[in-house]
Design a binder for this molecule. Structure first.
Ligand SMILES: Nc1ncnc2c1ncn2[C@@H]1O[C@H](COP(=O)(O)OP(=O)(O)O)[C@@H](O)[C@H]1O
Ligand SMILES: [Mg+2]
Length: 222
């Protein structure tokens, strides 16, 4: 379902070029659950941005569901992301003027879904936020905002979910609820999961763990 071939990513700041990813390859099949680990600054978030077409690689190709992202226009990429990918970033990108429920319903409203409100409430319930659905992001804690972002990423049942440290700000019980939601979706709908995590327990529930080091991915388990 996803194919990254020979990816290089350089950032140039002032006159210095930093290499973040170098000749990186990754192949993930539909329904697979992949954990990505690695020290801070190793390029995990950059990798997720490239994988979802939000950032261009310096060299190399990214294909999702047989389509090579580099050959698609920005609009087509955006459509593809909206329909097929659920993304949870470290910064949650919630819309401050919309309530939790409205934030979660937004992807459905954009695609003209009939029961967007009901479905948003259902998802908020699953992440333990039924009491918070009319709160605005500023009225929610970091962990609550993270769960709203998770609900929004999953509300349209994407074929691929990409999450950057999905349990990072959560206590054990809430983290478990969010992880359960992800794995239920994988089980029930064959959703592919690509999870950046520092949590060994979460990594161990995935089919394999890859470590990002020196710009490349190496298999740690199984
Ligand atoms: N937009 C950017 N411009 C310049 N350097 C960046 C940018 N984004 C990330 N980097 C650099 O790339 C490296 C990898 O960052 P990141 O992907 O956020 O790592 P991780 O998520 O593993 O902590 C870091 O050294 C960071 O400073
Ligand atoms: Mg990061």
């Amino acid at each position: 379902m996803i194919e990254l071939a020979n990816i290089d990513k350089h950032y140039t700041l002032a006159d210095t070029t930093f290499t973040v990813l170098q000749s990186l390859n990754l192949s993930v099949t539909q329904g697979e659950r992949v954990a990505i680990v690695g020290p801070s600054g190793s390029g995990k978030s950059t990798l997720l941005l490239i994988l979802t077409g939000l950032e261009d690689a310096t060299h190399g190709t990214v294909s999702i569901a047989g389509q090579t992202l580099n050959t698609l226009s920005a609009d087509v990429r955006a459509d593809m992301r909206r329909e097929q990918i659920g993304i949870v970033f470290q910064s949650f990108h919630l819309i401050p003027t919309l309530t939790a429920r409205e934030n979660v319903a937004l992807p459905l409203e954009i695609s003209g879904h009939a029961q967007s409100r009901q479905r948003a409430v259902e998802l908020l319930d699953r992440v333990g936020l039924s009491e918070r659905k009319d709160h605005y992001p500023a009225q929610l804690s970091g962990g609550e905002q993270q769960r709203v972002a998770m609900a929004r990423a999953l509300v349209h049942e994407p074929a691929l979910v990409v999450a950057d440290e999905p349990t990072g700000n959560l206590d054990e019980a809430t983290g478990e609820a969010v992880v359960q939601l992800l794995f239920d979706l994988n089980q029930d709908s064959g959703t592919t999961l690509i999870l950046v995590t520092h949590d060994p327990e979460l990594a161990s529930r995935c089919d394999r763990t890859l470590r990002l080091h020196d710009g490349q991915l190496n298999q740690v388990t199984p």
